[in-house]
Design a binder for this molecule. Sequence first.
Ligand code: ZN
Length: 155
Amino acid sequence: MSEQSPNESSSAATAASLTELPAVARNIHLMCKKCGVERYHVVVAHTTATSAKVECEVCKAKSTFKLAKKSATGSAAPKKRATKRNEPDFAAIWNDLKTQIGVEQVKPYNMKMKFALANAIEHPKFGVGFVTSATNEKIEVVFQEGGRALVHNRP
Ligand SMILES: [Zn+2]
C-alpha cells in the first residue's frame, strides 16, 4: 500500500531525523492510528517548543507529534578552552635549537630562497625560527610560538 509518488515523499520531513519542529503547514510522514499506516500529516500548529498538532491528510484525524528528547543532559555548560596538554612545548624546543644552531647566521625568510635543514631564518611575522625539515618545496620551521610549514625555493 504505497500510493505516494516520489515527489511527495521527498518534500516531507522524516520524523526520526528531526531536531526541531517542522514549520506550520509543512508535511510530515507519521503513523496515523486511525488509518493504521504511515500517512502524510500537515502541521496545524506548534503546541509547545517540542510538540505540534498535526492532521492526517487522508482521514483528517488530529494527533500530536513530539520531538524525540535529547538524552544528553548535564553537559549544558559550554566546554572551556582545552588545555594544551598534547602540544609540544615549542618555546623549549626553540630554545634547544637556538643553542644548537645559533642565530649568528639568521637569514631573512623569503619564499624565493632555498633553505636547508638547521638553517636559522627570520620570518617577518613569526620571528626567528629554525628549519627542522626541508624538501624541495617546503620547510618545517620551529618558531617560539609553534611549528609551521613554509614554502620555499619558489622560482
Ligand atoms: Zn489517517
